[in-house]
Design a protein around this ligand. Structure first.
Ligand SMILES: [Zn+2]
Length: 158
């Protein structure tokens, strides 16, 4: 049974480390397979749009995100194309809370469209072209794998 994992909060140092890619062998291991199930369950339970492995204390390139009703698992994701067009919208993060434990929101500028290559939970190569909210979630979550939080990118412009 999948379980809900505790989520690390900013300024935990694990959130600031670069995560390493997973090997094909690791992806098939029971350790990573249960981490994948637990990550997805935690995201759903906490009502997040996405959740990256470092947020549950593992510095590996793994994340879960929602595409409407669907759950997408991405391993070793690489953004391979970014649109020139950007837009600004509000983001929050399960790891960034105020002192009362509430999620903080802030505007961030992101590419409107991205293309991303990744491995699915079975280690199979996938490619996704995403725009708008899904593109934003992919950029937010892949930033976590580089130790970057949305509060580093707050938009103060025009
Ligand atoms: Zn986040």
């Amino acid at each position: 049974m999948a379980k809900v994992l505790p989520i690390l909060n900013h300024p935990h140092p694990i959130l600031r480390k670069k995560s390493r890619p997973l090997t094909a062998e690791e992806i098939n291991s029971s350790k990573i397979q249960s981490l994948i199930s637990n990550l997805a369950k935690t995201m759903i339970t906490k009502d997040g749009a996405g959740l990256a492995a470092p947020q549950v204390g593992e510095n590996v390139q793994l994340l879960a995100l929602r595409d409407e009703e669907k759950i997408i698992i991405m391993i070793n994701p690489q953004i391979t194309k970014k649109s020139w067009a950007k837009d600004v919208n509000e983001e929050g993060c399960l790891s960034v809370l105020d002192k009362n434990g509430n999620i903080i929101f802030g505007n961030v500028e992101r590419h409107k469209k991205v293309q991303c290559l990744y491995l699915n939970a079975k280690g199979k190569k996938q490619k996704i072209s995403a725009e708008n909210i899904l593109a934003r979630i992919i950029q937010h979550e892949t930033d976590h794998l580089d130790g970057i939080l949305f509060i580093d990118k707050l938009y103060h412009g025009k």
